[in-house]
Design a protein around this ligand. Structure first.
Ligand SMILES: *[C@@H]1O[C@H](CO)[C@@H](O)[C@H](O)[C@H]1NC(C)=O
Ligand SMILES: *[C@@H]1O[C@H](CO)[C@@H](O)[C@H](O)[C@H]1NC(C)=O
Ligand SMILES: *[C@@H]1O[C@H](CO)[C@@H](O)[C@H](O)[C@H]1NC(C)=O
Ligand SMILES: *[C@@H]1O[C@H](CO)[C@@H](O)[C@H](O)[C@H]1NC(C)=O
Ligand SMILES: [Cu+2]
Length: 391
């Protein structure tokens, strides 16, 4: 019964994706293994998540135009509701949407390159989904954006085509821009790799986020435009700095999210320490990584900003795909990977901090208003507070 339900989703994967790629086949194999694992071991949280309750996150292209618009309407709704973060904490927080941006900005140095990277972003993305549902009445599936399907041309797919049922498209093209160094500019830290200017650079001009405002940052963005971006009035980037949504779609970055790169990540990195490190990019070795590749594909002002990236709504379907690839990786060897954890409990690059543990908290903060959960509770998408899988 349980297995047949999961099998039907496996076939759903096959029937709804435009073209099945190798990583989609790994997803189907992982789903099968998840079904077998559940048949043998039961559900991790049977009191809160049973298979009849589980929601299925789907790829953007498999949603109808109406379903996509329901999602972007809900995002715009969240961006209109008043913030709960007081101005004394973040004068730039103008909406409920911004409450999440604040918490990401404040915690950036302790949620990337650390032991909690995957679990924190799983909980963050889920919290965004709950806010859409509970505060903006969203009832559809939570969409993910499978970059690998569009790695050769992100604008060819329904996510970035700029239509009314897209996530809005590229920014207006701005010429005469320089490449940017990352992870550092070569002055404050080493310049390991260059991101070349993409095909936009300016404001998005169509689609649901044409009038969307970025309120905070910029802090550490890759986007350089003639005259520069308007500076934030505060050094911590939390001051009010309203401006348009600028994007700069990059084929160079998209190439780092190709099927072959995703498959290489899933298959070649068998322990969590090397998996999460490769995922986030081994810049010193000249590899951007799938996670950074996805961010820099969107590029632009917020999209390429280490701190302020959730200010671009494309962040969330991108991070759902980050979560999906980790979920696939876990499913392929649940016995060893369901609770696999490595990395520091301190800040990025802090080599003196202790290692993260399953009991450490993942914090959304008092103004987002969702409770702390532990890293251990965030290890399964059908355990802890969660109850979803990916088609
Ligand atoms: C590009 O770099 C040159 C040389 O450093 C600099 O003068 C120019 O202002 C830069 N252009 C932009 C758009 O940042
Ligand atoms: C795209 O990525 C592949 C590795 O997946 C690499 O071999 C190739 O050089 C990259 N192409 C470009 C144009 O960067
Ligand atoms: C963290 O874990 C790694 C891998 O197990 C280990 O080599 C390292 O010594 C640990 N670090 C600390 C500070 O305990
Ligand atoms: C959540 O965890 C943080 C960090 O440990 C802590 O400061 C905060 O008090 C916790 N919040 C609650 C409600 O327990
Ligand atoms: Cu992040």
């Amino acid at each position: 019964m349980k297995i047949s339900y999961l099998l039907s989703i496996v076939f759903c994967v096959g029937s709804t994706n435009a073209k099945l790629m190798e990583h989609d086949l790994l997803a189907a194999e992982g789903m099968l293994k998840l079904g077998i694992h559940l048949a043998e071991n039961g559900l991790p949280s049977p009191e809160t998540c049973t298979l009849d309750k589980v929601s299925v996150r789907r790829e953007w292209a498999t949603l109808s135009g109406k379903e996509r618009i329901a999602f972007t309407d809900a995002v715009n709704c969240l961006h209109k509701l008043p913030a709960k973060t007081p101005a004394s904490v973040a004068p730039g927080a103008k909406s409920r949407y911004d409450d999440l941006v604040v918490t990401h900005i404040q915690q950036s140095l302790t949620i990337h390159g650390t032991g909690n990277f995957l679990t924190w972003h799983r909980y963050f993305t889920w919290t965004f989904e709950q806010m859409l549902r509970n505060e903006c009445g969203y009832q559809g599936t939570f969409p993910y954006y499978d970059w690998a399907h569009y790695a050769e041309d992100p604008k060819s797919g329904p996510f970035f085509d700029g239509s009314a049922s897209s996530m809005s498209g590229d920014g207006e093209y701005i010429s005469g821009r320089n490449s940017s160094c990352f992870p550092w500019d070569g002055i404050t830290g080493p310049c390991y790799m260059h991101l070349e200017p993409g095909t936009g650079g300016g404001c998005v001009t169509s689609g649901p986020f044409k009038d969307f405002k970025i309120n905070m940052g910029p802090l550490q963005t890759m986007l350089q435009i003639p005259g520069g971006l308007p500076k934030n009035p505060q050094a911590d980037g939390l001051g009010y700095n309203p401006r348009c949504l600028r994007r700069d779609i990059s084929l160079q970055a998209a190439n780092a999210t190709s099927d072959s790169e995703v498959v290489r990540l899933i298959k070649n990195y068998k322990d969590i320490a090397s998996f999460q490190a490769e995922y986030q990019g081994e810049f010193a070795a000249g590899r951007m990584g799938v996670h950074t590749g996805g961010h820099y594909t969107v590029g632009g002002d917020a999209g390429s900003d280490f701190y302020n990236s959730p200010a671009d709504p494309a962040f969330y379907p991108h991070h759902a795909m980050i979560d999906r690839v980790w979920w696939i990786w876990q499913n392929l060897d649940l016995k060893n990977r369901e609770k696999a954890l490595a990395g520091s409990a301190g800040g990025i690059g802090d080599t003196t901090a202790r290692n993260a543990t399953l009991g450490d908290p993942l914090v959304m903060g008092p103004f987002v208003g969702y409770p702390n959960v532990t890293i251990g509770e965030a290890m399964s998408t059908i355990g802890g507070p969660f109850c979803y899988i990916y088609a």
